[in-house]
Design a protein around this ligand. Structure first.
Ligand SMILES: CC(C)(COP(=O)(O)OP(=O)(O)OC[C@H]1O[C@@H](n2cnc3c(N)ncnc32)[C@H](O)[C@@H]1OP(=O)(O)O)[C@@H](O)C(=O)NCCC(=O)NCCS
Length: 208
């Protein structure tokens, strides 16, 4: 009896999850999404990073390391996912040198990368904690990788939070060196450089 109730409940959850997935809408972000993006990023950081970073680290990193990068929106390389008009995920890619950080981060370099010699960047992925592990990150990452291939890049580089490492690793990104990003108040935030070589993926695609 108990197990059939549990099975029924689990099927109901699967059904709800399918319904939610069907209602997602992935689109490019616009400047007028910025207030909602700022709210989402804060919720995502506080809700999903708490097992890796302290409250002080998250508070201090919000607005500098974690935040909106308007350059990505202007470039048309930043995606959002909406559910019934609510913003529940965001993330993008970049053809510019800056590896991470919001508009307000101190070390920015907006110079353009060369697709032949440089790796494109994956940037600023944040999912609403109520919608984590439902494939939203995956949907945005797949859209970014397609756009990166279309732009002629054959490699990708990113700076992952400790929370992001298993997510990117699930899609073939290889972890490299760890580093500590200096924050205000003498704090720092550990991040991990991760890379993916797309040339093999593209070669297999052309052979099909
Ligand atoms: C990282 C993040 C964007 C992932 O988004 P998501 O929508 O929950 O990820 P998905 O549901 O698409 O996950 C796809 C796969 O990645 C892996 N994965 C994702 N989150 C994981 C976790 N916390 N632990 C282990 N594996 C994970 C799994 O293999 C997962 O597939 P599964 O759920 O079928 O097992 C989300 O956790 C987040 O917003 N974190 C807070 C902000 C942050 O740190 N962003 C990273 C910036 S570099």
């Amino acid at each position: 009896m108990g197990s059939s109730i549990a099975l029924g409940f689990s099927l109901l959850l699967d059904y709800i999850s399918i319904l939610l997935k069907e209602n997602w809408k992935l689109r490019l972000a616009h400047e007028n999404d910025i207030p909602a993006l700022e709210k989402l990023i804060s919720l995502s950081v506080r809700g999903l990073q708490a097992s890796h970073y302290s409250i002080a680290q998250m508070d201090t990193a919000l607005g500098s390391v974690f935040g909106v990068d308007r350059q990505l929106i202007r470039d048309g390389t930043y995606f959002i996912v909406e559910l019934n008009g609510e913003l529940i995920g965001c993330g993008g890619w970049s053809k510019r040198k800056t590896l991470f950080g919001s508009d307000h981060h101190t070390t920015r370099d907006d110079a353009e990368l060369d697709p032949i010699t440089d790796a494109a960047r994956i940037r600023a992925f944040f999912v609403h904690p109520d919608h984590a592990r439902r494939g939203i990150g995956r949907a945005i990452l797949e859209a970014c990788e397609k756009a990166i291939c279309d732009a002629g890049f054959t490699a990708i580089e990113l700076a992952a939070t400790l929370t992001g490492v298993p997510f990117y690793a699930a899609f073939g990104y290889i972890p490299g060196e760890k580093s500590d990003v200096p924050l205000a108040k003498g704090l720092s935030l550990q991040i991990v450089r991760m890379t993916k070589d797309l040339s093999e993926v593209q070669r297999r695609g052309q052979m099909r």
